[in-house]
Design a protein around this ligand. Structure first.
Ligand code: AVI
Length: 310
């Protein structure tokens, strides 16, 4: 669980901004995690299926890229099918999942230990949007550290934050290291719009769950019936923006703080940046990575970049 004090501080600070905003990392309480898994199964939400298909199709080449007995670091709890596919194909010497939720990490590590009895697992609890230290790794006998960052989670960072994150990763992998990163691609705005406005309303429930979490954990009184999910593609910034709109004027209390919402005012809850291959490569190059491999589907939905330290 995220320490309550930082959650409270972030919420108060975010709701005090002229454009109210909340950090997307707080979507993922237990209910939010389950809703996100449901999003990934919605027919309109293509990234999960596209990335899984790419990983399956190119598994042997991905394993060659990672190299023999690498140390595999994953940003994310490592609960996914993609992770298990990779572990089976790569046979890493160690697996290091890094996640903000200690519970999610412990659960995933237990399941992986059952499935892969031979695998050494070292969990690291931490927020990858902040500088983070990993356990020491000594690259020897041609083995390298490979950071795996799937799911286009990098798209939830601003390009500036993404670059800082890539720089931190470059420092962590060392001179011989590498990175495998899943990046969602720019495409028809209608396809993007549908992916973040699924017909069953699962993304809407995911977005609104953030208010529910604030009510539960911080004693706030958001009335969920008086907020609406709103997601659209902003072409100027090449990003999907998710907001929660207040259709009417209202007051909300969060502990001792009171916030006023004008009619139509929004809380900006998430950005999901979309890149072209060249744009992402330029970002990686600035951070000290050279593009070595690229896997993408024919429809140009999703990309998986194999980067090496430059
Ligand atoms: C986790 N992340 C890459 C998802 C995305 O597509 O930006 C989160 C998400 N938000 C709404 N739907 C999915």
């Amino acid at each position: 669980m995220v320490p309550a004090s930082s959650f409270r501080e972030d919420v108060i600070a975010g709701l005090s901004l002229p454009q109210k905003a909340l950090p997307p990392k707080y979507f993922y309480d237990a209910a939010g995690g389950r809703l996100f898994e449901r999003i990934c199964r919605q027919p309109e939400y293509y990234p999960t299926r596209a990335e899984l298909a790419l990983t399956r199709r190119h598994l042997a080449a991905i394993a060659r890229f990672a190299g023999r007995a690498c140390e595999l670091v994953e940003y994310g709890s490592g609960a996914s099918l993609k992770t298990r596919l990779l572990i089976r194909a790569l046979r890493p010497s160690a697996y290091v999942p890094v996640d903000i939720s200690a519970e999610a990490l412990a659960g995933a590590a237990r399941r992986l230990a059952r499935e892969f009895g031979w695998l050494r697992i070292f969990t690291v609890t931490g927020d990858f949007s902040q500088p983070l230290r990993l356990p020491m790794f000594r690259a020897r006998a041609g083995r390298r550290r490979v950071v795996y960052f799937p799911g286009s989670t990098i798209g939830n960072l601003t390009p500036g934050e993404a670059q800082a994150f890539l720089k931190m990763t470059r420092g962590q992998v060392g001179r011989a290291g590498a990175m495998l990163v899943g990046v969602d691609l720019k495409k028809d705005a209608n396809v993007l719009h549908a992916a973040y406005n699924d017909a069953r309303g699962v993304t809407a429930a995911f977005n609104l769950n953030l208010l529910q979490r604030i009510n539960r954990e911080l004693g706030a009184d958001f009335d969920l019936r008086r907020f609406r999910h709103y997601a659209f593609y902003n072409p100027r910034h090449s990003r999907i923006e998710m907001h929660l709109v207040s259709p009417e004027r209202q007051l909300v209390n969060v502990g001792a703080y009171r916030f006023e919402f004008a009619s139509g005012e929004t809380i900006h809850t998430e950005n999901s940046y979309k890149y072209s291959i060249e744009e992402f490569r330029a970002l990686a190059a600035e951070a000290g990575f050279r593009a070595m491999k690229l896997w993408q589907d024919r429809q140009g939905l999703f990309s998986l970049h194999g980067l090496v330290a430059d």
